[in-house]
Design a binder for this molecule. Structure first.
Ligand SMILES: [Zn+2]
Length: 364
């Protein structure tokens, strides 16, 4: 079928493409592949996967991909009183904020890192006051917020402390205008642009910026890729072809490929299998050397025991002979010899010293 010709077609999703296209006959094949790759053929918050590596800088967090409840980044840095981002994002943000200050476009931080329990509280308050549909449009469920990654920041113009986010009209400010055209130079993207609620589940959030690194942010900007979901869904599979992605994404400008978690998992799996082989080889060598060593030690001990046994036997023979001699009454000078090797040595020494004496004598 025509799906195979889409560059970011994924064989494992073939059945899903077919069934989604039957329900959505008005969509082009590339849109079918794009949407199924994003996952929106499933309702939001269904088919949820837990993210393997939330430290991956481009981790995709959405309604289908969840951060573990206990995850708190270990490298949080303060960017404003009581607001934190991961070190890399914090440095980029502060640099951008300083520059904006210089060109007379000051910004303030409304919110940055948020823990799972805090997001839990925010979402539940929204549900209690506005109902679940509203809460799902204006806030992420706990575990599904980019704020928990420590890579997202809500930005407003100054003097908006007591205004709620959507009443601040940040989208009408020069700060917003500058950010959507330049934030990528510092590694930031606008996560939830206007008109993509059907993909992200969230309403337009002009204040919510996400750090993904300068390269990816610039790439998305240059190719007009609207969301990180689109970015990953248009990545090709398998990874060997990732180099060609620029051309593919340009061809399918508004479209999508491999999702972030699968992408990281594949990398981990590959590394894992290579490491397995290396470990098996190392282990076999160690095992071989160890068995050789054990064999060597065994034979050495065996030889020592044999020698000791033989020495004892000889000594025994010696003693029994000397006893016989003793019995015969011939004790005298031989007694020292009989008592064992120590005395033997002394005799030898004595012998050698007398030899030495003789030699010295002869040299005179
Ligand atoms: Zn936000």
């Amino acid at each position: 079928m025509e799906f195979e010709n889409i560059p970011f077609f994924r064989p494992d999703k073939y059945e899903e493409y077919v069934s989604f296209s039957l329900e959505n006959t008005h969509l082009e094949p590339n849109q079918i592949v794009l949407y199924v790759n994003i996952g929106i053929n499933n309702p939001f918050y269904e088919n949820i996967q837990t993210i393997e590596n939330p430290y991956y800088i481009r981790t995709l967090v959405n309604t289908y991909n969840k951060i573990h409840n206990s995850f708190i980044p270990s490298d949080l840095v303060s960017i404003a009183p009581n607001h934190y981002l991961r070190a890399e994002a914090a440095e980029a943000f502060l640099e951008m904020q300083r520059y904006m200050e210089e060109i007379d476009l000051p910004i303030v931080v409304r919110s940055a890192f948020r823990s799972f329990p805090l997001q839990f509280q925010i979402y539940n308050n929204n549900v209690a006051s506005m109902g679940q549909k509203w809460a799902d449009t204006w806030s992420a469920r706990p575990g599904h917020s980019e704020h928990q990654l420590g890579l997202s920041v809500d930005i407003l113009q100054p003097n908006t402390e007591n205004i709620n986010l959507s009443s601040a009209n940040f989208e009408n400010t020069n700060q917003y205008e500058w950010l959507i055209n330049n934030a990528h130079r510092y590694g930031f993207i606008l996560s939830y642009p206007y008109g993509y609620t059907h993909v992200t589940s969230y309403a337009f959030e002009p204040w919510h910026f996400r750090y993904i690194g300068i390269d990816t942010a610039t790439y998305m900007f240059d190719n007009s890729i609207p969301t990180l979901d689109h970015y990953f869904a248009t990545r090709v599979y398998p990874l060997e072809y990732v180099e060609n992605i620029e051309q593919i994404d340009t061809n399918f400008n508004n479209i999508i490929s491999t999702n972030a978690n699968e992408y990281t998992e594949i990398q981990i799996e590959n590394e894992f299998s290579v490491m397995n082989v290396v470990w098996i080889v190392i282990f076999s060598f160690l095992l071989l050397f160890f068995s050789l060593f054990v064999t060597a030690v065994f034979f050495r001990i065996k030889r020592k025991l044999y020698r000791k046994k033989r020495r004892l036997a000889m000594q025994y023979d010696f003693e029994s002979i000397s006893r016989k001699i003793k019995d015969k009454g011939e004790v005298g000078a031989r007694r020292n010899v009989v008592r064992g090797s120590g005395i033997n040595k002394r005799n030898v020494n004595r012998g050698s010293s007398s030899n030495r004496g003789r030699r010295i004598g002869s040299s005179k």
